[in-house]
Write a protein that binds this ligand. Structure first.
Ligand code: NAP
Length: 243
């Protein structure tokens, strides 16, 4: 089969590796947001398609048999575009949607609907904030002067930063001991995170719980109704094989 994987995640890279190994003709698509992306095996294209119309055209021109949307749970636009484009050109589409994190009885989560809600939650308490929401969302916190921020990002943010902040360039996965040490060293009182799910960045939640740190958890954006979805890479491979 000739397959398009919408990627930018560990699941997408794992899926590409499995499918290439099985002999499928795979193209992975990356948005081109990070300077030095981890590249999947198989074919790779980088950059936007030009909305759902552009994606629909690309699928037809490249004779794609099926699309696997393995993008990050917060990459809502490309997921919407994939849903519209695949319906338009009648290509099968499956979403690899890793399960969200859920709090344990001892977690202190403040759940918010979006990034503006997270900024409001930070404004209300101030303190020392560990911001792990990614480069694109830093601007929402830029006008908060009554808190100090440790901003962890893969590439340096390009927009305005909060006046009291320090940027830490790092790329996961992150381990529990390192997360505890980092939060202690910076005397963190609030962790702000998207509900990305998955194991690779979960250690910060364990560390926050054990250190009694408040977690501001941004809920996932909604996805198009009726999307076929699976939880894991293996389930996505099964889905393809059953078609
Ligand atoms: P987004 O807001 O959903 O998409 C914005 C636009 O970027 C899309 O309309 C599309 O442009 C382009 N795009 C996004 N993903 C693409 C892909 N895989 N291949 C080609 N074009 C893509 O996306 P985002 O939240 O900025 O995320 C961008 C990428 O980073 C995604 O691939 C995602 O898996 C990865 N990522 C995102 C996050 C996050 O927190 N959002 C975290 C980790 C990794 P056109 O309309 O021109 O096609």
């Amino acid at each position: 089969m000739r397959l398009l994987i919408l990627g930018g995640t560990a699941e997408a890279r794992n899926l590409a590796a499995q499918l290439v190994d099985d002999g499928d003709d795979v193209v992975s698509s990356l948005a081109g947001r990070v300077a030095r992306p981890r590249l999947p095996v198989g074919g790779v294209r980088i950059g936007g398609f030009g909305g759902s119309e552009g994606l629909a055209k690309w699928l037809s021109e490249n004779e794609i048999d099926a699309v696997i949307d393995a993008t990050h749970p917060f990459a809502a636009q490309i997921t919407r575009n994939a849903s519209i484009a695949c319906a338009q050109v009648a290509k099968p589409l499956v979403r690899v949607r890793r399960p969200p994190w859920t709090p344990t009885s001892t977690d202190q989560w403040v759940r918010v609907a979006d990034m503006n809600g997270a900024a409001d939650a930070v404004r209300s308490e101030g303190g020392r904030v560990f911001l792990t929401t990614g480069r694109q969302d830093v601007g929402v916190f830029a006008d908060i002067a009554d808190a100090w921020f440790l901003i962890r990002v893969v590439d340096p943010p390009t927009g305005k930063l909060p006046v009291n902040s320090e940027v830490l360039l790092a790329r996961g996965p992150y381990g529990y001991d390192d997360e505890v040490a980092l939060m202690r060293a910076h005397d963190v009182s609030t962790l702000v995170t998207k509900n990305s799910g998955g194991a690779l960045t979960h250690a910060k939640l364990d560390a926050a719980r054990d250190l009694g740190i408040r977690v501001v958890m941004v809920d996932r954006p909604p996805e198009p109704d009726g999307m076929e979805a699976v939880d894991t890479v293996d389930a996505a491979v099964d889905w393809l094989r059953h078609r």
